[in-house]
Design a protein around this ligand. Structure first.
Ligand SMILES: C[S@@+](CC[C@H](N)C(=O)[O-])C[C@H]1O[C@@H](n2cnc3c(N)ncnc32)[C@H](O)[C@@H]1O
Length: 250
């Protein structure tokens, strides 16, 4: 019986792969990869490996998930080393736990290789720390849509300083409107970071009010950050000592 590695590819930049992930990728027989895994990372896989794209299309999630499950079982039962390659960390909104449980139920050996999640790394690379002494002492990572296409219960996150929203681009107007209705200031800063860590990265800084009015153009995939920490970007990414000094002098 083969083995399946549930392997995190990180946010996109191949330099952010772990050494363990690289080593396993280079010895894989089969790599089943998701839509967000970058071509640069795939290029690092064993040149003889069979690469299978498993990207999910809207409305066909369950059908495609069943295909992925069958492919993992089929190749693992042929004594192969199978890598199930997911963007970021495999257990952060990636159905990694479900796949792990399924493989285990079929008696297949599974090893998890954590990856650097986009939830933390993408804001950090854009100069937005999720916590900062005196500004934010808590953060939550939330999905912007769930399987029934409903937005989450935002009430649960009312007291959280920084909200990190994945898969929130499509529902951004609704999300911002609900957050304002729950009492977050309309002037609260919001950042969208598209394609973080890649050379196609784009950062859009706005406010909840503007997002709720549909005035902010963003393209998926993007990480959305809501909170005062967004203002730190202008200091951390500043070019002059005077601008940087604001944070240091606090
Ligand atoms: C299905 S979730 C997977 C999250 C992944 N497991 C992780 O830990 O980063 C996909 C969402 O992650 C975010 N995402 C992943 N990689 C990203 C990147 N390089 N730049 C911006 N957003 C990214 C986007 O919000 C995207 O819609």
């Amino acid at each position: 019986m083969g083995k399946v590695y549930l392997l995190g590819a990180g946010p996109g930049d191949p330099d952010l792969l772990t050494i363990k992930a690289l080593r396993i990728l280079q010895s894989a027989d089969v790599v089943l990869y998701d839509r967000l895994v970058s071509p640069e990372i795939l290029a690092l896989a064993n040149p003889h490996a069979l690469l299978i794209h498993t990207g999910k299309r809207h409305g066909q999630q369950e059908e495609i998930q069943n295909e992925i499950n069958s492919l993992m079982l089929e190749h693992a039962s042929q004594d192969k080393t199978v890598v199930r390659l997911k963007s970021g960390d495999p257990l952060v909104f990636g159905r990694g736990a479900e796949e792990w449980a399924l493989l285990q139920a079929h008696g297949i050996q599974v090893e998890l290789v954590p990856g650097i999640s986009s939830a933390i790394s993408v804001p950090a690379l854009a100069g937005i720390p999720l916590t900062c002494r005196g500004i934010a002492s808590s953060f939550a990572v939330i999905t912007g849509h769930n399987q029934k296409s409903e937005t989450p219960d935002w009430m649960k996150f009312r007291g959280v300083d920084t909200l990190v929203i994945l898969m929130g681009v499509e529902n951004r107007v609704r999300i911002a409107t609900e957050l304002i209705a729950l009492g977050r200031p309309a002037s609260e800063p919001v950042a969208f970071i598209e394609r973080g860590s890649t050379d196609r990265e784009r950062v859009v800084i706005s406010t909840l009010a503007e997002v709720s009015r549909g005035q902010v153009d963003v393209v998926s995939p993007a990480v959305c950050v809501v909170g005062e920490v967004v203002r730190l970007r202008s200091q951390l990414c500043a070019n002059t000592v005077e601008e940087q000094g604001v944070l240091i002098a606090r």
